[in-house]
Design a protein around this ligand. Structure first.
Ligand SMILES: NC(=O)c1ccc[n+]([C@@H]2O[C@H](COP(=O)([O-])OP(=O)(O)OC[C@H]3O[C@@H](n4cnc5c(N)ncnc54)[C@H](O)[C@@H]3O)[C@@H](O)[C@H]2O)c1
Length: 289
């Protein structure tokens, strides 16, 4: 399968490009002009600014799927830039994907789409948090952009019932569980002591490209264990005493439900996914070009 990866020079983008090549995909890797280029067999590098629709069209031409990771990753930029690059950029990716008839679109959202680490006082209605029912209480420009990206995905999916649109609510990316570990429970309270490994996040991106069912879906991409040794029921009682528990938080269970991504994509939130599973592999051998 020939796929495009935006934000390919970034932290996750580099991982996704390398993993996609190992999984047998031909990759068109794209990032801003001047960004360090991904190189290697089966990788074509195309510099493009996501705010330029024609450039995005050109990058996606001839591809069957796209993993869209490019953009600004926090609200500490001028608000108009966050909107223009994140919301405008994702719109361009979706427009070009529609024009070129891509079968699968995977968009980087964030657990912050419902509000979280950048909120003054994040509001949660229940634990564990699910993707479908929990409302968004986002406030800042970055979280809002991720919420809007999810709405764009849903709208384009309604127009294209044949294609699979997956918005991945990634948690904080870490190399592994050891580097994620922290017992500063106060510090991590806003985004609920979550994390995900780079390998696991890259795996979720590739699985989304092979999703067997069409339509739009939002998925938590979060480890099923927290970063702290403090039992999760104690964390909930201490920091969120008024938030109802819909299911018990046993041991160090995570606060985000991952039932949906496990059911739909076969992604296992309990492992770091160092190995590439069969379900991530390209359907056809990579071309020799
Ligand atoms: N890093 C995390 O912990 C985390 C958590 C949740 C969600 N995410 C999301 O995952 C995605 C990847 O995150 P990351 O940590 O790899 O980010 P990153 O900052 O390392 O990479 C983002 C890339 O986007 C590129 N980019 C920015 N503006 C662009 C533009 N106008 N045109 C083209 N490219 C542009 C940058 O050059 C950069 O290489 C982002 O969408 C981010 O919001 C990241």
């Amino acid at each position: 399968m020939r796929i495009a990866v935006t934000g390919a020079a970034g932290l996750l983008g580099r991982h996704v490009v390398a993993r996609a090549v190992r999984a047998g995909h031909d990759v068109v890797a794209t990032d801003l002009p001047g960004a360090p280029e991904a190189s290697g067999r089966s990788v074509r590098w195309r510099a493009a600014d996501l705010t330029d629709l024609d450039a995005v069209r050109s990058v996606l031409a001839g591809t069957q799927g796209v993993v869209h990771l490019g953009g600004l990753t926090n609200p500490h930029h001028p608000e108009p830039d966050v909107h223009r690059i994140n919301v405008g950029g994702s719109h361009h990716v979706l427009v070009a994907a529609e024009e070129h008839g891509l079968a699968a679109v995977c968009l980087a959202s964030s657990i912050n789409a419902i509000g979280g680490v950048y909120s003054a006082h994040p509001r949660y209605d229940h634990f564990p948090i699910d993707e479908e029912e929990h409302p968004s209480y986002c406030e800042d420009s970055y979280s809002l952009s991720k919420w809007l990206i999810e709405q764009q995905s849903a709208a384009f999916a309604r127009r294209r019932p044949d294609a699979a649109f997956s918005a991945l609510r990634l948690h904080g990316l870490r190399a592994d569980a050891a580097s994620a570990r922290s017992d500063d429970d106060e510090r991590a309270r806003k985004d609920l002591w979550g994390w995900v490994s780079l390998d696991a996040a890259a795996s979720a991106c590739l699985l989304a490209l092979r999703r067997p069912t069409p339509g739009h879906a939002v998925y938590h991409v979060v480890s099923d264990r927290t970063i702290t040794r403090t039992p999760s029921s104690e964390l909930a009682a201490r920091f969120y005493p008024d938030v109802p528990l819909r299911a018990p938080l046993e041991g160090n269970a995570g606060f985000y439900s991952t039932a949906r991504i496990t059911a739909d994509l076969g992604w296992d939130p309990a492992v770091d996914h160092p190995e590439i599973g069969d379900a991530e592999r390209a359907r056809q051998p990579a071309s020799s070009a």
